[in-house]
Design a protein around this ligand. Structure first.
Ligand SMILES: [Zn+2]
Length: 264
């Protein structure tokens, strides 16, 4: 399996190094990492960042986060643009595995109308029907995913992965790709583990915001504690497994650069 590490969105929030751990000025830099995986059964996309419709119609995105995150919408950063630049067609993307349905991960879903979309059942239910409170009413934008024709939803449980709960046997996907639920950031936020053939890559999504800072992304004390526990376990995992498991997050530009250089 060949993995392309894409950046499908850039945010430049005011707060600089508070967000990314390295910016010198008042403005930070966050990316929206996505993996495009070439498999025997077609292309698999893990998360989608911002999509073409977000670029064309920014009001699809919540005004509060558009300004708080200082979102930079660029056509060339959409997954669709990058898939086509690699010489593929949108219809070659057969599967999208979603870590969760936040607007900065779900924006590109409908650019691939023929894809089967995989997500945990609770996350989909929350995003569609339980949008109470200031943050939940804004983080989920059903307009980004209400036209999906082929959902596959999963209950959590079953055989684990390095001591973590896991969802294996994603419908139509090879066993090298599985979900690793890491609840906290959203209630059913899930990482995605990929067996690259030369070790595991775990996309831990929003369990931390930056490799330099390991900022806790939990919103309440209880959720923050769960996120902290995940961070602790992930550090232990990388320590105990040495080079056999690489852990990454969604929004750290330096981590993404390292993975892109390694893949090249
Ligand atoms: Zn995120």
């Amino acid at each position: 399996m060949r993995i392309h590490h894409l950046n499908c969105g850039t945010d430049c929030p005011f707060g600089g190094a508070l967000f990314d751990g390295f910016s010198k000025g008042p403005v930070g830099k966050l990316v929206c990492a996505a993996q495009l995986i070439e498999t025997d059964g077609g292309l698999v996309l893990v998360d989608t960042g911002y999509g073409m419709q977000d670029v064309e119609q920014p009001s699809r995105l919540p005004a509060f986060f558009r300004s708080a995150l200082n979102i930079q919408l660029r056509r060339e950063e959409t997954a669709l643009f990058q898939v086509e630049a690699l010489g593929f067609k949108a219809s070659d993307v057969r599967h999208i595995v979603l870590t969760h349905l936040d607007f900065d991960h779900a924006g590109g879903i409908e650019d691939f109308p023929e894809a089967r979309v995989h997500v945990t059942a609770i996350e989909k239910d929350l995003a569609e029907r339980h949008r109470r409170g200031f943050i939940n009413a804004r983080r989920y934008q059903p307009v980004q995913f209400d036209a999906v024709r082929d959902w596959r939803t999963y209950q959590v449980g079953g055989e684990g992965w390095f001591g973590f709960e896991a969802v294996r046997a994603l419908d139509g996907l090879p066993p090298e790709i599985l979900m690793v639920p890491l609840p906290g950031h959203t209630l059913r936020h899930a990482g995605v583990a990929i067996n690259t053939g030369s070790g595991w890559l775990l996309n831990a999504v929003d369990v931390y915001l930056s490799g330099a800072r390991w900022i806790c992304a939990g919103r309440t004390a209880r959720r923050g504690w769960r996120v902290y526990q995940h961070q602790h376990r992930l550090r232990e995992l990388t320590r105990l497994q040495g080079g056999a498991v690489t852990v990454m997050c969604s929004h750290d530009p330096k981590e993404l650069e390292t993975l892109q250089a390694r893949a090249a």
